[in-house]
Design a binder for this molecule. Sequence first.
Ligand code: FES
Length: 246
Amino acid sequence: MANRITLEVTRYHPAHDEKPRLEAYEVPLRKEWVVLDALNYIKDHLDGSLSFRWSCRMGVCGSCGMTVNGVPKLTCATFLSDYAPGPVRVEPMKNFPVLRDLIVDTSDFLLKLAKSKPWIIRKVEKPLDEEYFQTPTQLDAYKQFSMCINCMLCYAACQVYGLDPLFSGPAAIALAQRYNLDSRDQGAGERLDILSHHEGIWGCTFVGECTKVCPNNVDPAGAIQQYKLTATMEWVKSFVLPRGAK
Ligand code: FES
């Protein structure tokens, strides 16, 4: 294995540059290095002005998402040696406005996430000295979807979101479904009113790229299909059951 590799990295400073450009940097190719290590090497040794986000370096915080050789990836969980002999192209996540270099503006996602109410909603709270018990089977019903780390790679991969920025998007819907499936939650109807429309669950065309790129195997595409089934059942029930019946 060669001991150096070239990274082609997007550079863009909106106040000075008309458009983004690629800059090439040669970095050491070490077996244990991930792409994020190479970016940190550039920042520390070659160009301190390179801007990118990261925090935990262990696939937990979800902040280091970028496009590596055209694919949305967590750069702290992507080995550099997998791209040898290079070059490796590192670009910002697609489908988001670029603030600078590899940093994107995530505010649209954060608004959509809050709108889908990904938290437990109770119509009636239990007294403080009573617990909300849950069996392992009840936990299993939603556990997979609770592994989402809000890294937004699914938005970067989603062709629907790329074409229609009003689409709620994979993670916001998957996290709504995570709470719908939680035995302690009573907010599924509220969330359905918010998400059962063309820019919500019905906007998804089930391409499935979101699921392919998820670093935690969350399967947002599966969550959305489940959600569509529930919405359809609720719609049918609204015709056949007396008003107010469940
Ligand atoms: S730095 Fe936290 S997930 Fe990569």
